[in-house]
Design a protein around this ligand. Structure first.
Ligand SMILES: Cc1ncc(C[n+]2csc(CCOP(=O)(O)OP(=O)(O)O)c2C)c(N)n1
Ligand SMILES: [Mg+2]
Length: 339
């Protein structure tokens, strides 16, 4: 449990100091969770002006997965993922200038505006590559893990993907090879039960993703991806098991996708799924859940509000800077482009 405490002093007892550190850690986690949520809410507000010329796959409902896994991962970990990548980028960098610069297609963007939302990366922070093509970065992640093993480096590789990627041959070949070679890779399946509009029951010929993966020689855990503390505990446990018995880890986390597959809107009217009740939506909302847990641990409304203000100030500054920034010059059109 995360404890509330006043700031530590040099003469403070170790238990009080530990509680204080936990308190600061909990607030830092909350700020990160909120940064992801509010950044995507900003996108929802600004997208209708049509100045962001990029498709956006928003991850509202799934924020705790990126925040929790990135928090549990050791320093120097390297990650690969998909087009639903905003949370990983923000959790790994904490910055929003280059993030919004990229969404607005500007020269200050993370890839000078040439990648857009779907191919965000921040190699200097460990986010090596993300891609719009389902399952394509899974073999890349396995290749990176093989390279680290070959060079005798302890680096952890994290491969994020959705439940739809599990229907691709590339996934099974990658899992097989990683288990065979006992690579230091953590597979994280973000399972929202949907591939665009189609539920898993209409796509998958097996009963359960974790049950099938348990047939491989790796460590498997499954849990509620909308609960930040569950994500962190599961990730920590898996990483410890991977340490004592070196094999890949497979973390299967469920969450509810609040919005349409791509774009800023809700789509409950589309008819392929029902809108949950307000109570159910609150239960599935990672930000509200964590806020509630923090309050139960003694964090005050004042502390939460101060973090909300600081996040909103950061985002307002970044959006304004991105809107005012220039595009890259036409002379740069074909530089930095590899494929
Ligand atoms: C190889 C490939 N096949 C099909 C598509 C079209 N497509 C785009 S998103 C998507 C659904 C993927 O679902 P999932 O992996 O569960 O990710 P989610 O969108 O739910 O995060 C599909 C089939 C694609 N981008 N790449
Ligand atoms: Mg999915």
């Amino acid at each position: 449990m995360l404890q509330k405490a006043s700031p530590p002093t040099l003469r403070e007892a170790p238990a009080a100091r530990e509680a204080s550190v936990k308190h600061a850690e909990a607030l830092a986690l909350y700020r990160k969770l909120l940064l992801v949520r509010r950044a995507e809410e900003k996108i929802r507000e600004e997208y209708p002006t049509n100045d962001m010329k990029t498709p956006v796959h928003l991850g509202i409902g799934g924020e705790a997965i990126a925040v929790g896994v990135c928090h549990a991962a050791p320093p120097g970990a390297r990650a690969f993922g998909t087009y639903r990548n905003h949370a990983w980028y923000l959790a790994m960098t904490g910055e929003t200038d280059r993030f919004f610069g990229e969404l607005y297609g500007k020269a200050i963007g993370a890839a000078k505006g040439k990648a857009g939302s779907m191919h965000l990366a921040a190699p200097q922070h460990g986010l090596i590559a993300t891609s719009a093509v389902v399952a394509t970065t899974i073999p890349l992640a396995v290749g990176a893990a093989l390279a680290h093993q070959y060079r005798d480096e302890p680096t952890l590789v994290v491969s994020f993907f959705g439940d739809g990627a599990v229907e691709e041959g590339a996934f099974w070949e990658s899992l097989n090879f990683a288990c065979l070679k006992r690579l230091r890779i953590l597979f994280v399946c973000e399972d929202n039960d949907l591939a665009i509009h189609i539920p898993t029951s209409q796509r998958q010929g097996f009963r359960s993703i974790p049950d099938v993966v348990r047939g491989f020689r790796c460590h498997v855990m499954s849990g509620a991806g909308y609960d930040l503390r569950t994500v962190m505990t599961s990730a920590h446990t898996l990483l410890e098991r991977m340490e004592t018995d070196p094999r890949p880890g497979f973390l299967h986390l469920t969450y509810f996708r609040f919005l349409e597959h791509v774009g800023p809107l809700e789509d409950f009217h589309a008819g392929y799924r029902q809108k949950p009740s307000p109570d159910e939506l609150a239960r599935l909302d990672p930000v509200r859940r964590f806020e509630q847990a923090l309050r139960e641990d003694g964090v005050t409304d004042h502390e939460l509000e101060a973090l909300r203000l600081s996040v909103d100030e950061q985002l307002t500054r970044s959006v304004r800077a991105a809107q005012q920034a220039p595009f890259a010059s036409p002379a740069e059109l074909s530089t930095d482009v590899w494929a």
